[in-house]
Design a protein around this ligand. Structure first.
Ligand code: NCD
Ligand code: ZN
Length: 349
């Protein structure tokens, strides 16, 4: 339902979310459960979530942290390490709460040290995933120090993804948090079970927002924000209605002191206002009528889960987001802290 002032959509799926662990969960789970009915939960904890038993124990901790008045289904993932065994894949396929395996090139991003050095080393595991139809979620950036940080996604597609697709065309893949025109073009050329997630911050911002007039660490994430023409390609893809593109916030909480540092951590904490940000992006293209497909239906179709029967409602109203939120023993700065937003998620009644 869309009117000039309100839009209601099925409770969406966040297809790429970092919740962290331990005492962080009381803040992060509540923020996401207010916005989303389900989320694909990233496994880059310390130590990483490699085995099924670890993923299921993590799921229990997430559910225990969920406020009792909110329903939230964590869709768990395994972290692909060079120690992942074929039996881990078989166990994951037998486990209804585990939906995918995440590939981090070693050294590409936060907590990726235990990731994959060279893809050849995990080929037997990927072959089993292709046979079993278990999706591989990919952080698509090379780690070659000779490649400029702004080119790392495009080079990953050339060097790693194209050869992988040739070798294993049946492997279901989600190319996560895409940031470039090259990635959009590549995804649009794929057939079969192949998709990409798009973050709100990459739909709304480019590298000027991070670097002009001062260096703003709360805009720093990986893959890094690119030039404006890439943002425009992402917006066009998100609002096109193409089912291969769906919502994944990549909301990645780091405490204020870790972001406001001489060596700032990568990650934007968008979860508290995620749908407000996506609504702003879609409204900027007069495409609010496509938000429900992008946010609530395409990922459900890809992962084979039902579209949520409950709805959330966003209304057009200007409001100012908090400057900071309590987090662990200090604070966290949510994305767009203290700034005006044009949409507001109404609380469920
Ligand atoms: C993520 C994190 O902090 O876990 N950071 C980020 O900049 N997106 C990891 C990731 O998804 O790259
Ligand atoms: Zn991520």
């Amino acid at each position: 339902m869309t009117s000039s002032l309100r839009i209601s959509i099925p409770r969406p799926i966040d297809a790429h979310l970092h919740l962290r662990d331990g005492r962080s969960l009381s803040s992060t789970v509540a923020a996401s459960a207010r916005q989303f009915g389900r989320a694909v939960v990233m496994p880059n904890l310390l130590p990483p979530v490699v085995r099924c038993s670890e993923a299921l124990a993590y799921r229990d901790r997430i559910l225990a942290a969920c406020p009792p008045d909110l329903s939230f289904q964590p869709m768990m993932t395994l972290y692909l390490s060079e120690n992942t065994r074929i039996e881990d894949i078989d166990q994951a396929c037998a486990e209804p709460d585990i939906y995918a395996v995440k590939l981090y090139p070693a050294g590409a991003t936060t907590h990726s040290e235990a990731g994959v050095g060279h893809i050849d080393r995990v080929m037997p595991v990927l072959e089993r995933m292709a046979e079993r139809g278990l999706p591989l979620l990919i952080h698509g950036e090379v780690t070659d120090p000779d490649i400029d940080i702004f080119d790392r996604e495009a080079v990953f597609i050339e060097r790693t993804l194209i050869p992988l697709r040739r070798r294993l065309p049946e492997l279901p893949i989600v190319l996560e948090h895409i940031t470039t025109r090259e990635a959009v073009d590549y995804v649009q050329a794929q057939n079969g079970r192949f998709a990409a997630t798009l973050t709100a911050h990459h739909l709304l911002h480019d590298r000027n927002d991070m670097l002009v007039g001062g260096m703003r660490p709360h805009f720093f994430c990986l893959p890094i924000l690119k030039r404006r023409e890439h943002r425009q390609a992402l917006l066009a893809a998100a609002t096109s209605g193409d089912p291969r593109f769906f919502l994944g916030t990549d909301s990645a909480p780091h405490a204020q002191h870790a972001k406001e540092s001489a060596c700032a951590c990568a990650g934007c904490y968008t979860a508290p206002v995620a749908l407000e940000l996506y609504a702003e992006a879609f409204a900027s293209c007069a495409a609010l009528d496509r938000l429900a497909d992008f946010a609530s239906r395409h990922a459900a179709h890809f992962y084979g889960v039902p579209v949520d029967t409950q709805e959330i409602t966003l209304s057009a109203q200007t409001w100012t987001q908090a400057e900071r939120l309590p987090y662990l023993d200090g604070h966290i700065i949510p994305f767009r802290a203290g700034s005006e937003l044009q949409w507001r998620l109404e609380d469920a009644v």
